[in-house]
Design a protein around this ligand. Structure first.
Ligand code: EPZ
Length: 423
């Protein structure tokens, strides 16, 4: 196991290029199953989750190659739709393969992905959506077998705008007979990226980014080359790190339109943020003001993935801020760790009351999940003294060598083997 050792108190400064979006790349790699040919995807982040997705596609018979940030896939040899259980356990997002594998093979076997630190992560909306398209689903223990002689387009209303369910249904409906309309669809930019990718392969999908998506099924999908959008959460992580350390950072390869809710909150706190094209500059020179109340909810509202990161920033403002988490039921695991660094945060059901403190202090803390881990790194950058973040494999699932990215901005941060020695 590895850890990050951080000497805090140094404002970040400099310029950094933001990685491609993990949460766009994963469904897009899954969707490539629909074509029998080859697909090239650019700007793919080199992350643990991406490598697991490629391992699964290889196990199913495709040829995959990751070089730099380019993925080349040859789907002609795909010969199985039974996702290996041990790989499914490594990454719950493999559930995105259900829709496209069902569409291509008429059957798919997956395993309950199970919950994680942030919540139960149910998949009922995925399953009922596929059933509406004509699939028969059989659950035996943790095994889920899904069969469909034919997928037929229909109207589907999601009880909740689930990102994954919207994506799974889009991919299955893309090959169904006739029209599917998804109501109360998720509106995230990653959904729009998936629509653009599927249409580049010959699908006929309209409306991604709104809460109603229309899919006219097609029979054939052709090879294509596609470039993934920038990762708005990786960008948001750098933005908050710059603000929390009172730094001056320029980000390249961002889409400011995907960051409006975060930028709005930080500007209200007094952070200076300007953008032009795909460049954004973030400066914070004085102690920011508290932000009275933030509620996480589906895009375009404040993203749940930025909740833990914003909490670190608010811990270092003047006054009392409240964050309400409405998307995941267990997404406050970072509070206990932050409190060990001197933060003053009280959790009441799904609300966190954050009282600004003069400073945070370095401590040895543990990452419990991807974004909680990223928040602890930001806290270490802003804190006085040395912080050690353990269990950093969680962080590596979503950030390309986070220590290299931050060191480019002047952070004093190194990766070490847990228990001493350096990597
Ligand atoms: C995606 O997860 C992202 N992951 C998450 O990012 C992100 O936090 C989440 O969307 C919300 O924006 C990927 O895209 C790989 P949901 P997903 O389905 O699709 C409930 C990160 O940090 N729900 O929108 O799993 C569910 O329990 C990760 O990069 C059901 O009840 O999110 C949760 O409370 C973390 N039934 C809520 O909806 C279902 O069938 C949101 O889940 C599906 C979901």
């Amino acid at each position: 196991m590895e850890k990050l050792v951080i000497e805090g108190g140094k404002p970040l400064s400099g310029t950094i290029r933001i990685q491609g979006a993990k949460n766009a790349a994963l469904p897009i790699l899954a969707a490539s199953v629909l074509t029998g040919g080859s697909v090239t995807v650019e700007n793919v982040p080199d992350l643990l989750d991406i490598r697991v997705m490629l391992d699964i596609l290889t196990a199913l018979g495709s040829k995959t190659e990751l070089s730099g940030h380019q993925v080349r896939l040859d789907m002609s040899g795909l010969n199985s739709s039974h996702i290996p259980e041990e790989l499914m356990k490594q990454m719950r997002s493999s559930i995105f393969l259900m829709g496209p594998l069902l569409a291509r093979f008429g059957s798919v076997t997956v395993y309950q992905p199970g919950g994680c630190a942030i919540g139960e992560r149910k998949i009922n909306l995925h399953l009922t959506g596929l059933e509406a398209l004509g699939a028969r689903i059989e659950e035996k223990g943790s095994t889920i077998v899904c069969r469909a002689d034919k997928l037929v387009g229909t109207d589907i209303v999601l009880d909740f705008p689930s990102v994954g369910a919207t994506e799974n249904i889009m991919m299955a409906a893309a090959a169904a007979e006739g029209r599917t309309t998804i109501h109360n669809a998720a509106r995230e930019p990653e959904i729009q990226d998936l629509q653009h990718f599927l249409n580049a392969m010959g699908a006929r999908i309209y409306g991604a980014g709104t809460n109603t998506i229309t899919v006219d099924g097609v029979r054939e999908f052709h090879p294509c080359r596609y470039r993934i959008i920038p990762d708005r959460i990786a960008a948001g992580t750098v933005i908050v790190a710059a603000a929390a350390t009172r730094g001056n950072v320029t980000l390249e390869n961002v889409n400011p339109q995907h960051l409006t809710s975060l930028v709005h909150v930080l500007r209200r706190a007094g952070v200076q943020i300007v953008s032009s094209g795909d460049i954004m500059n973030v400066q914070c020179h004085s102690r920011p003001k508290r932000v009275e109340r933030i509620v996480t909810s589906p895009y375009p509202s404040f993203p749940t993935d930025m909740q833990s990161l914003l909490m670190v920033f608010l811990s270092l403002t003047d006054g009392l801020s409240i964050i309400k988490e409405t998307v995941f039921e267990g997404r406050f695991k970072h509070v206990e760790e932050l409190s060990r660094m001197g933060a003053d945060i009280r959790v009441d059901l799904n609300a966190a009351l954050i009282k600004g403190v003069p400073r945070l202090y370095g401590a040895t803390v543990e990452a419990t999940d991807l974004r909680a881990g990223a928040a602890l790194v930001i806290a270490g950058l802003a804190a006085h003294g040395t912080t050690v973040v353990e269990q950093i494999h969680h962080i590596d699932r979503g950030y390309e060598r986070i220590e290299e990215m931050l060191a480019k901005l002047g952070a004093k941060i190194v990766r070490k083997a847990s228990g001493g020695g350096s990597i």
